[in-house]
Design a protein around this ligand. Structure first.
Ligand code: 26A
Length: 358
């Protein structure tokens, strides 16, 4: 009896979801097509800034309507999942500097009740993302700075590893594959060895294109892949898949049947496609069967759409929170679509307060 009580209270204390990514402050501003062209930017994309993009960060500081918002894709998802789940459910790891940007991030995370265990860099600034909004599109240009210095050893600190061990679900922003594949593998191994749930977002086309090797190395740990149609296409092309790169179901099947470390769980691939239906494919390795489903999105009238920055992260938040709550894939997709619809009615990757319930 006593033993039971003790186990129960430990369980109550632990955070169920651990998320890992690059904490960034978003400098969000409206721009026109001309401005994107000047910097060779696509209207919908997410890239790492190179030398030629650096003036953008100076220029947008002088633009009217500039918004400073908590960003970082996995951090947005972690905030969103905590928005949905009971208090003390989500903890987020990443690396920041000692500056007002980091304070802004902490302030936003506190508002949502998201616990952060940042690795803090003494001499490097917090990362930033120029979120260039052009109508319904968003082009994201990131200077990772401190976020680029996250080390897997941060997870080994006894207090942090306790949080890792206490969790049942892990969510990794694919963007972090550019930073610490080692940290991702550490969490992936732990999840696989303990039959816990491990989810990875592809995050952006450039991850599948230019970080193919670390992506491929992490996939054997992944139970749930979350991505959008342009990331699916980039994956198909960079992996020379013998499929139509626009055929998301065919691509999802290829990813779903890749080798898996934890054979106790099937792999499910979830591809969102903007306002087109969300596709899920689950592979049963024993029967070699695929279960394919499509779910219509909750399309909003255009006058209700404020901006789509963070829509995908919000989808992932609703989806992963659903899994944490023990919901089915189809219920979790619906919760993801609900969360995305909420978030695109807000400025930036945010959710409405007072809180709305699913
Ligand atoms: C490594 N890169 C390029 C990035 C990002 C990123 N988050 C992590 N790493 N580039 C953009 N973002 C975030 O994506 C969110 C929208 O999905 C932005 O900070 C934005 O909040």
């Amino acid at each position: 009896m006593l033993r039971k009580t003790v186990t129960h209270s430990i369980r109550k204390m632990s955070y169920k979801l651990v998320a890992l990514g690059n904490p960034l402050l978003d400098l969000q501003v409206n721009v026109d097509a001309e401005y994107l062209k000047k910097y060779d930017l696509k209207e919908n994309d997410a890239i790492l800034a190179d030398e030629k993009h650096l003036p953008i960060y100076e220029e947008i500081l002088n633009k009217s309507g500039l918004n400073l918002l908590a960003g970082g894709a996995a951090q947005n998802t972690a905030r969103g999942a905590q928005y949905i789940l009971p208090a003390n459910s989500v903890v987020y790891f990443g690396s920041v500097g000692k500056d007002v940007y980091a304070e802004k991030l902490t302030e936003a995370n506190n508002k949502y009740g998201l616990r952060t265990e940042y690795q803090i860099q003494d001499d490097i600034a917090t990362g930033k993302c120029a979120a260039l909004i052009n109508g319904p599109h968003r082009s994201l240009v990131t200077d990772l700075a401190a976020a680029n210095h996250f080390k897997a050893s941060h997870l080994d600190l006894p207090e942090n590893w306790k949080l890792v061990e206490g969790a049942s679900h892990y969510y990794i922003g694919g963007f972090h594959l550019t930073v610490s594949p080692e940290a991702i593998a550490k969490l992936g191994k732990h999840a696989a060895e303990n039959n816990k749930v491990f989810a990875l977002n592809f995050s952006a086309p450039f991850i599948a294109e230019f970080f193919k090797d670390p992506l491929d190395a992490s996939l054997p740990y992944v139970d749930y892949v979350i991505a959008n149609e342009s990331e699916a296409e980039a994956y198909a092309k960079s992996h020379n898949l013998d499929v139509d790169p626009k055929d998301v179901v065919a691509i999802a099947k290829e990813v779903a049947k890749l080798p898996k470390v934890n054979t106790k769980r099937a792999r499910t691939v979830v591809f969102t496609q903007g306002t087109q239906p969300t596709v899920t494919v689950t592979y049963n390795a024993e029967t070699k069967d695929f279960e394919v489903n499509e779910y219509k999105v909750r399309e909003l009238p255009t006058d209700k759409v404020v901006d789509t920055n963070g829509a995908g992260d919000a989808f992932a938040a609703g989806f992963i929170a659903g899994l944490v709550e023990g919901k089915t894939v189809s219920q979790s997709v619906d919760q993801g679509q609900w969360a995305a619809a909420l978030s695109i009615q807000e400025v930036g990757p945010s959710f409405p307060f007072p809180k709305q319930a699913y």
